[in-house]
Design a protein around this ligand. Structure first.
Ligand code: SF4
Length: 583
């Protein structure tokens, strides 16, 4: 069976499948579900615990346990009863120290906070010191070959640490979380015997149980994808108390199936978090004094909360003009404009951003809202991927170059001064020199402020892997990528030059990394702004001179720019509401 079919099968069975999907590997071949031996170093010392565990495991879960597993994730009690093969004590963290390492996108940063929230509740402590960790968890990314190679390399480094630890004190446990766990599943356990647990992106609630199983010398995995898991009730822990901004996950998964992309296979189907739980989290962040929230999702503007019956059940998809979907149009639910409207009303002093959107989901009401609300940043990420309609079709993006360019013009008319960013892939299957030049010309035509450009990396399981040929030689991909980066930088420098002489509102983040006498922050378009750390007037307290602190809004007059950074001098401390001084 194709692995995706496996996963979809499990999804159709619903939560009851979660127990049957669990994978245990014991060191004793006879008792292993998969019958694989894994004589890991030092495992012998755990034989006593393991024997006891195995006999309890043999008793199996009860019917009540299956019923409890079938509960909706949101309805499950905070502290779950342990499964029959574990005691309450074994399930708890017992103050063991967890070291979390995050790779990849902002979704992974947010997932790390969710995973930590689950473990903290279970009695684990967090450490930033690798040497004192009892558990090391890597939150991984699979988007490109290189991202996975980084994790394999990291595992080799951790191997030495684990071997050393086995000789001294309690064994170190190592876990792979997120997309790579989902994509490779058992391959990781087979290749790296030192990995104790695997948890896919929808299995973080199961971490305490997986770690408890690992304590008895077993390898354990839960890579079940869910149709409804949004972690709506798990309040992520803000890892940096001095942080000015936070990510709020509003939806997970993707239904688009772009032909090059592994995400639908590692993150599963699209599902949105209920509006009420998002607003509650944003309110809490506002009370904590945070000044910026970024709404997160694989297709953030495809948000559709269908958790309750709504009056607008018959409202159709409402796509951007000239755009189509790879799936049957969906009906009803509370859409992104509704959410954005409510989130932006929580705290007028809190900036709202969102990422990563799909260009197909920018109806006029979203654009109008961004234009009207002072605290919704005038910054839109509009992933193009290619400037060639032929390549876009092969990528199954659901739009042509012409439709994309028309959308860019419409956005610029609707939101004057908007800052645009994009993603591009160089050297996709079948991309000719002419296709590449069309991407170059799109970069020139749109003149993005920010860009994320990569050489194509074919991923197994994707449609491109099965149906297309990765026929652009590596050196050609790299040469084209270099050309795109050069053109992007030239155009971004020109676009940013337009800011020179303007006064911009900047949210202060802290000291500049390059100079102790400078501060740095972000403007509305999310570009970094550097300015000297000097005393300034505070417009809310006339006559009072202050120095800016992280979380303050200041007005900065821009004096110079590059493709990535702006520099200027600070005028005053202000508030978001009072700041109307722009170009
Ligand atoms: S929209 Fe396309 S590129 Fe983005 S996550 Fe979904 S499949 Fe991947």
């Amino acid at each position: 069976m194709h692995p995706l079919q496996c996963v979809l099968q499990a999804q159709r069975w619903g939560p009851l499948a979660s127990v049957s999907w669990l994978l245990f590997r014991t060191c004793r071949a006879q008792s292993s579900v998969h019958g694989t031996t894994c004589p890991g170093p030092g495992r012998q010392q755990e034989n006593g615990v393991q024997k006891d565990f195995s006999s309890r495991l043999a008793a199996g879960p009860t019917f009540q346990h299956f019923l409890r597993s079938a509960l909706d994730p949101q309805e499950k009690p905070d502290v779950e009863d342990p499964p029959p093969y574990l005691t309450v004590d074994e399930l708890s963290g017992r103050q063991r120290k967890v070291y979390l390492e995050t790779y990849g996108c902002q979704m992974n940063v947010n997932d790390t906070e969710i995973a930590w929230s689950v473990l903290q509740k279970s009695g684990y402590l967090r450490t930033r010191n690798l040497q004192e960790a009892d558990v090391i968890l890597l939150v991984t990314c699979s988007i490109r070959e290189k991202a996975e190679q980084t994790i394999w390399n990291r595992l080799h480094q951790l191997k030495a640490l684990k071997t050393k630890r086995l000789r001294s004190r309690v064994p170190l446990r190592i876990g792979i979380l997120g997309c790579m766990a989902e994509r490779l599943k058992e391959e990781i356990l087979n290749r790296e015997k030192m990995v104790d647990i695997l948890a896919g992106p929808d299995a973080y609630r199961d971490l305490p149980r997986l770690l408890a199983v690992a304590e008895s010398g077993q390898q354990a995995a839960n890579v079940l994808l869910s149709l409804d898991e949004t972690y709506a009730d798990v309040m992520p822990v803000q890892t940096s108390p001095s942080a000015t901004s936070a990510f709020v996950s509003i939806m997970r998964g993707c239904d688009n199936m772009c032909s090059y992309c592994i995400v639908p296979f590692t993150r599963g189907r699209e599902r949105s978090r209920p509006v009420a739980s998002i607003l509650e989290e944003v309110r809490k962040l506002s009370e904590q004094g945070l000044k910026e929230v970024t709404l997160l999702g694989q297709n953030v503007n495809s948000f559709r909360d269908s958790s309750e019956v709504q009056f607008n059940n018959a409202v159709s998809a409402n796509l951007s003009r000239g755009f189509s979907t790879n799936y049957k149009p969906k009906q009803g639910g509370l859409r992104f404009a509704h959410l954005l409207d409510h989130v932006s009303r929580v705290d007028p002093e809190m900036r709202i951003r969102f990422t990563s959107p799909h260009p197909k989901d920018f109806p006029d009401e979203v654009l109008q809202l961004i234009h009207e609300r002072d605290n919704i940043c005038k910054q839109i990420h509009l992933p193009a991927q290619s400037g060639s309609s032929r390549v876009l079709e092969a990528m199954r993006r659901g739009y042509s170059r012409e439709a994309y360019v028309e959308l860019v013009h419409h956005i610029r008319e609707s939101i004057p001064g908007v800052s645009l960013s994009s993603d591009f892939i160089a050297g996709f299957c079948g991309e000719t020199e002419e296709d590449h030049l069309q991407t170059v010309s799109l970069l020139r035509e749109v003149q993005y402020n920010m860009g994320f450009l990569f050489a194509y990396s074919m991923r197994q399981k994707t449609r491109a892997y099965h149906r297309l040929k990765d026929d652009v030689p590596e050196e050609v991909k790299l040469r084209r990528l270099e050309e795109l980066i050069t053109v992007f930088r030239e155009e971004a420098t020109k676009a940013n030059m337009a800011s020179v002489g303007c006064t911009q509102l900047v949210l202060v983040e802290g000291h500049s990394k390059r100079s102790a006498t400078d501060l740095c922050g972000r403007n509305d378009g999310n570009l970094k702004v550097i300015f000297p750390n000097v005393e300034m007037e505070d417009v809310s307290n006339s006559g009072v001179r202050v120095r800016a602190q992280p979380g303050d809004y200041v007005l900065v007059k821009i004096t110079s720019t590059s493709s990535q950074t702006l520099k200027g001098h600070v005028l005053c401390r202000t508030t978001l509401k009072d700041s109307s001084a722009y170009c």
